[in-house]
Write a protein that binds this ligand. Structure first.
Ligand code: ATP
Ligand code: MG
Length: 270
């Protein structure tokens, strides 16, 4: 793996789905903490002006006076904007509502969709994984995320309209791949907030497997109240209650992702 390079660079993954409230931030926070528990060096980039990934990592978004906004518009370097999630044991590039202004500022910049990638280049060798929590839009911010990433992880609920919404996202990923970022790939779909007792969810889950095959992660995150409670304590669910069903699922997901990444690095090296 990276045998010829002295300083291996982080794998960069977007957690994206333009549908709101599907579990992107919960996935980003818990995956960051799960990877850190596996001794990986992790940076979580909060690309959403809601700042939920920042808060859920135990960082007060309103205290983050230097944040992703200043980094994106070139007013601050990335190293001085990042903060540490003490409970999660990973770094965070924080965001708050200031970031919504970036949409407007970026439009006027050359290479407007490449600004996050430019910023991340300075610190990529310091991490094993960089996770980007995308907002629920296919906006210029999300485009910056997709332009920076090797891959996309899509959390999804197994509901009736899930597949329909997915095709817009998959088409966007294809367009970014063709026009902006030839490294971008769909890493996989993660079924979240899953309730086995609901027949419709089982049916949609089966449909997703038929459509996406190996791209569907084996780990399934159940609907679990401990995951929903954790952010109000500023803790990742996997730290807040590590024996809960939700935490166990995210820990399993973290291990599955590491295996998948290591396997594909092995294929590239050979
Ligand atoms: P947005 O699109 O607004 O950014 P999101 O896709 O990031 O939303 P989350 O904020 O992660 O979604 O989750 C939406 C809500 O569902 C939150 O209140 C969260 O605590 C809750 N939630 C997420 N995953 C689970 C789960 N597995 N079990 C129970 N509740 C969950
Ligand atoms: Mg979110």
């Amino acid at each position: 793996m990276n045998a010829d390079s002295q300083q291996p660079s982080a794998r960069v993954f977007c957690i994206a789905n333009q549908k709101g409230g599907v579990g992107k931030t919960t996935t980003a926070i818990n995956l960051a903490a799960a990877l850190a528990l596996s001794n990986k060096r992790v940076l979580l980039v909060d690309l959403d002006p809601q700042g939920n990934a920042t808060m859920g990592s135990g960082i007060d978004k309103n205290q983050a006076t230097v944040n992703l906004y200043q980094v994106l518009i070139g007013e601050s370097d990335i190293a001085s904007a990042r903060l540490r999630s003490e409970p999660g044991n990973y770094d965070v590039l924080p965001a708050n509502r200031e970031l919504s202004g970036a949409e407007i500022d970026l439009v006027q910049m050359p290479d407007r969709e490449q600004q996050l990638k430019r910023a991340l280049a300075a610190i990529r060798t310091e991490y094993d994984y960089i996770l980007i929590d995308c907002p629920p839009t296919l906006s210029l911010l999300t485009l910056n995320g997709l332009a920076s990433a090797h891959g996309v992880i899509i959390p999804m609920q197994c509901e009736y309209f899930a597949l329909e919404g997915l095709s817009d996202l998959v088409n966007t990923i294809k367009r970014v791949y063709r026009n902006i970022n030839p490294e971008l790939e769909l890493i996989g779909l993660l079924r979240v907030m899953f309730d086995r007792r609901v027949t419709l969810q089982q049916q949609v889950s089966a449909q997703i497997q038929t459509h996406f095959g190996d791209k569907v992660f084996k780990a399934i995150v159940p609907r679990n109240v401990r995951l929903a409670e954790a952010p109000s304590y500023g803790l990742p669910g996997v730290i807040y209650d590590k024996s809960s069903r939700g935490a166990k699922a995210y820990l399993e997901f973290g291990r599955e992702l590491i295996k998948r990444v290591d396997a594909s690095a092995g294929r590239t090296a050979n």
